[in-house]
Design a protein around this ligand. Structure first.
Ligand SMILES: Nc1ncnc2c1ncn2[C@@H]1O[C@H](COP(=O)(O)OP(=O)(O)OP(=O)(O)O)[C@@H](O)[C@H]1O
Length: 266
């Protein structure tokens, strides 16, 4: 029987090691511990090459750790078949990427419907209604019949958010979600994502090199050469003021989620 828990994802001592062509071992992730629960919003900041993509692939059950364990909804994924992992991912994990990855030549509505084509029962039969409701929630109900190429970058990312959330995932993984947007649009899109994820009771993990984006999360982590550590506060110094990581610039206070720590709004 499944344990009663609010924990959605837990990583215990996770490592990821690859063998290089010369036979040497490269430790990309080392002893990663992380737990995210219902309604959590966690940021992971790291410079280029720190292991962010490798970690994202593990969080999204796309890869398996070399050692350590990953629990999803309190259940170990270590011995799941690749089919079960695919099913868990398809049903419970939503992805949002920098480049939106919308299907060209399909309307916004058709894009949001796509994940529901793999659903069953009510979710499948009511797919168009559910997709329209989701587009409404991101403020784009009136653009349901629009093609992605006729939408602005911010609107395209809102369609991608609707698509990621339409099946009601337990976990949302956002990989540089504002990387292709200007600062103001990025902040608006992040605030929306945070809001919609929280209303859905999903956990949100935002992986980014941008402190402004990370500032919208409620808990913060830094990934440095494969080691993940919790940050007591978010700032350039805490991040080692790495190249490509801006020193602290807080997002506009109006865009912070109501539950964001006050000091981030300064
Ligand atoms: N299969 C692999 N074989 C060899 N080296 C690898 C492999 N996968 C990742 N690496 C190396 O591990 C390190 C971390 O890679 P990863 O792609 O996770 O970094 P990242 O933080 O996502 O970087 P970026 O922000 O530049 O995309 C890099 O130095 C990369 O070259």
């Amino acid at each position: 029987m499944r344990a009663v828990t609010t924990s959605i994802l837990r990583l215990d001592g996770v490592t990821r090691t690859v063998e290089l062509p010369d036979g040497a071992a490269l430790d990309i992730l080392r002893g990663v511990d992380l737990e995210v629960s219902v309604g959590d919003h966690v940021s992971i900041v790291g410079r280029s090459g720190s292991g962010k993509t490798t970690l994202l692939n593990l969080l999204g059950l796309l890869d398996k750790p070399t050692s350590g364990s990953i629990y999803f909804d309190g259940v170990s994924t270590d011995s799941l078949s690749s089919r079960s992992r695919d099913r868990t991912r398809g049903r419970h994990v939503g992805f949002i990427f920098q480049q939106f990855n919308l299907l060209a030549g399909r309307t916004a509505l058709e894009n949001v419907v796509t994940p529901l084509l793999y659903a069953s029962g009510k979710q499948f039969w009511r797919r168009e209604k559910l997709a329209l409701e989701m587009l409404d929630r991101v403020g784009l109900g009136h653009r349901a019949r629009s093609m992605p190429e006729t939408l602005s970058g911010g609107e395209q990312q809102r369609v991608a958010i609707a698509r990621a959330l339409v099946r009601g995932p337990r976990l949302i993984l956002a990989d540089e979600p504002t990387g292709a947007l200007d600062i103001e649009t990025g902040a608006t899109v992040m605030a929306l994502l945070d809001d919609v994820a929280e209303q859905s009771g999903a956990a949100l993990i935002t992986i980014t090199h941008d402190i402004n984006v990370a500032a919208l999360a409620r808990r913060h982590y830094r990934l440095d050469r494969g080691v993940l550590s919790a940050l007591a506060e978010l700032g350039g110094a805490a991040l080692g003021a790495a190249p490509g990581i801006a020193s602290v610039v807080s997002p506009p206070a109006a865009l912070l989620p109501s539950s964001a720590p006050k000091e981030l709004a300064r």
